[in-house]
Design a protein around this ligand. Structure first.
Ligand code: KG4
Ligand code: ZN
Length: 363
């Protein structure tokens, strides 16, 4: 089954072709540089950029993979959660493509797609306990099958990636700051008591990061030397050297430790409570899955639980069309489709269980 996957839920325009479980090609444009000028994603600009890029990316993808529109069996856009205007660009494009080419149409849950992304690179033993951490979401799921997820916990305020991005902004780092903070943290020495572990001392499996952000704000107010300098000519952030750099690295290391502790305590609690009973793997997914300390700590948890840890490679951690296409293939293989009146689901709204089951899978 040949599937065109389309990801436009936030600030990445990414289209991919997946045949069964093989990634044939992917074409992506990240808008991060443009949104960095504003310190975060500007929804209206994001939609306009998707409109600008989606057609040319699709042409290039098909040309490079030597695939004609009529060869495609299935078209899958991310249907949500995400920015409404951005989702609508990808969904409208996918509907028009399906109408024109005769391919089947199926909208895919962006969060579930993140969790199955590693399946493009390795076997993904199910059921799995899955931690999904990105710029917009922090969720803990038990994944039974491509169409069967139980939500065990979620962030009650900011997402883990947002906690990095906002703290990075306070330090003067460009958006998105997660990877730069991670790199600096690798050089630094973490003080376990510098920042709190919000919402840990309770029975819940939910996460909270807004208090941590406030703690960072208070710390930087008292230690302005931890902030980056700016080049007078270009106005660009310059990470300092010497003692100042060491101070900044220590703050990043302490902050990263607090975020990772806050995530791992809930994963361990879920395992203690039987959330991993009968599970055959532990999955770490989403942009923050690239965090080196989080990968090490989740590796330790997986070892103790006797489970393999499945983490997608960097290009499949961030938002991408391949993960959308791959989950689409799995769901369509189980006989699911959507009608062309399927609607986009913005962030904060539940995704309806409105897939239709047909008797013959496409392809
Ligand atoms: O999944 P993703 O590409 O987009 C969303 O759906 O949000 O995740 C992007 C997020 C950003 O918040 C970015 O700062 C964070 O992932 N991120 C990291 C690292 N690399 C990316 N956070 C911590 N450590 C990293 N190495
Ligand atoms: Zn995402």
């Amino acid at each position: 089954m040949l599937c065109l996957g389309i990801e436009t839920s936030c600030d990445d325009t990414s289209l991919a072709l997946v045949e069964d479980s093989v990634l044939l090609g992917q074409e992506s444009v990240s808008q991060a540089g443009m949104h960095a000028l504003f310190g975060g994603v500007v929804p209206e600009l994001a939609s306009r950029e998707h409109v600008r890029f989606i057609g040319p990316l699709c042409d290039r993808l098909l040309r490079r993979a030597c695939v004609a529109a009529g060869d495609i069996d299935l078209v899958c856009p991310a249907r949500g959660p995400g920015l409404l205007g951005s989702l609508l660009v990808g969904i409208s494009f996918a509907k028009a493509f399906a109408l024109g080419s005769g391919a089947r149409f199926l909208g895919v849950n962006h969060l579930h797609a993140h969790i199955f992304a590693a399946g493009l690179e390795r076997e993904l033993p199910l059921p799995a306990l899955a931690l999904l951490v990105s710029g917009g979401h922090s969720m803990l799921y038990r994944a039974e099958a491509p169409d069967n997820f139980a939500l065990l916990g979620k962030s009650i305020d900011d997402a883990a990636g947002e906690a990095f991005d906002k703290a990075g902004k306070m330090l003067g780092l460009p958006y998105p700051a997660g990877s730069a903070m991670d790199a600096l943290a690798e050089e630094g020495c973490a003080s376990p008591r510098l920042f709190p572990r919000p919402y840990s001392d309770n029975e819940s499996l939910d996460f909270s990061f807004s208090g941590l952000k406030t703690a960072m704000w208070l710390y930087i107010s008292e230690h302005p030397e931890c902030r980056v300098s700016f080049d007078a000519a270009s106005g660009e952030a310059v990470i300092p050297q010497g003692e100042k750099r060491a101070a900044m690295a220590d703050v990043c290391a302490s902050y990263r430790l607090a975020v990772v502790d806050s995530l791992c305590v809930k994963v361990e609690r879920a395992i203690e409570r039987g959330g991993a009973a009968g599970a055959r793997s532990l999955i770490l997914a989403g942009g923050v899955a690239a965090n080196s300390l989080l990968q090490r700590r989740m590796g330790d948890i997986a070892d103790r639980a006797g489970l393999p840890l499945c983490v997608p490679s960097l290009k499949l951690c961030a938002d991408n069309g391949a993960m959308i296409a791959y989950l689409g293939v799995l769901l369509a293989g189980a006989g699911y489709v959507h009608n062309l009146d399927m609607e986009a689901v913005p962030r904060g709204k539940p995704i309806p269980d409105d897939m239709i089951r047909v008797s013959t899978p496409p392809g």
